[in-house]
Write a protein that binds this ligand. Structure first.
Ligand code: 16G
Length: 248
C-alpha cells in the first residue's frame, strides 16, 4: 500500500515528532519509487487531509525535505520529487564535461564572461607567476541536461594558454582545449570544499530554491610537470551535487 492510498500512517503515541514521521513516510515513497523523480507530490492541503495533521506541520516537513534536496519547488506550480544527486568521486582529476557525460547527462556551458586581468599578489604567488602578469579569467554557468548545476570561475596564466578567450568556450571543454591546443597535461589538483549560502546572483543563475546551500570549491590544478595552471572558484548546487571520497 502506498503513500497516496493509506489512511494516516502516523503513530501519535510515538516520541518521534509528527513532522519527522511525515518526512519519513514521504521519504519512503521516494525511495520505493512510488514517487518518481520530477513527479509532482500532492498539495499541502491534500497531504494535510491525508495525514490528518495541520498544513503548518506539512509545510515544515516539506521545507526540510527541500533543504535536504529530496524535493524541489517550481514557482506557482507545486512541489516535485528531486532527481538523484550527481556524484563526483574525488579520487580522479576530471573535468565537468567528463563528470556529467559519465552519468549519461548532456553537459553544456553558458559563458558569463571571459577577460584578461593582472594577477593579484596572492594569486600570482600561488600560481608561481610574477605579480601583475596576465591572467585569463573565464566565468561559466555549467549545466547538465539544460539544468544549471554550477558556476565556475577559472583563472589561468595567459602565458600558458595565449589566445584562450578567442576559442568558443561555450562549445568546448576547457580541459579539452588546454590539452589539445596548448599541450597541457593536467595531472593533479588541490581542492577545498565548504558549504555556504549562495549570493543573490548565484541563487538566480542556478535557479535555486530558497534555503539550499551551495558547495563552494576552490581548486588549484597542476600539470604533470608540476606547473600550477589553473585556480578555479566554483559554486555547485548543494541539493544536486554530492562529492564522494574513498578512505583507506
Ligand atoms: C571541473 C573543475 C574545474 C574545471 C572544469 C573544466 C571541479 C570542482 N572543477 O568542473 O576546475 O575548470 O572541470 O571543465 O571539479 P570542462 O573541461 O568541461 O570545461
Amino acid at each position: 500500500m502506498g503513500l497516496l492510498d493509506t489512511a494516516s500512517p502516523l503513530d501519535r503515541q510515538s516520541s518521534v515528532p509528527i513532522f519527522t514521521q511525515v518526512k519519513m513516510v514521504i521519504h519512503g515513497a521516494v525511495d520505493s519509487g512510488e514517487l518518481q523523480p520530477h513527479r509532482r507530490i500532492p498539495s499541502e492541503r491534500e497531504l494535510s487531509a491525508l495525514f490528518g495533521v495541520s498544513r503548518m506541520t506539512i509545510r515544515q516537513a516539506l521545507l526540510e525535505m527541500i533543504g535536504d534536496g529530496v524535493l524541489y519547488t517550481r514557482t506557482g506550480k507545486g512541489t516535485y520529487v528531486a532527481d538523484h544527486k550527481i556524484e563526483q568521486p574525488l579520487q580522479r582529476l576530471t573535468s565537468f564535461t567528463q563528470d556529467i557525460g559519465a552519468r549519461g547527462l548532456r553537459p553544456s556551458s553558458r559563458l558569463l564572461g571571459a577577460d584578461l586581468l593582472p594577477a593579484p599578489i596572492e594569486l600570482a604567488q600561488a600560481l608561481a607567476i610574477p605579480s601583475g602578469s596576465e591572467l585569463v579569467r573565464v566565468r561559466r554557468l555549467r549545466l547538465a541536461d539544460g539544468e544549471p548545476l554550477a558556476i565556475e570561475t577559472s583563472h589561468l596564466p595567459h602565458s600558458l594558454c595565449p589566445g584562450l578567450i578567442e576559442h568558443d568556450l561555450e562549445r568546448h571543454s576547457l580541459y579539452g582545449l588546454l590539452h589539445d591546443r596548448y599541450g597541457l597535461e593536467l595531472a593533479s589538483a588541490k581542492q577545498t570544499i565548504e558549504a555556504a549560502s549562495p549570493t543573490e546572483e548565484e541563487r538566480k543563475l542556478l535557479e535555486m530554491p530558497a534555503g539550499v546551500p551551495v558547495l563552494r570549491i576552490h581548486r588549484f590544478t597542476s600539470t604533470r610537470d608540476g606547473v600550477v595552471c589553473e585556480f578555479v572558484q566554483s559554486a555547485y548546487r548543494g541539493d544536486r551535487y554530492q562529492l564522494n571520497v574513498d578512505l583507506k
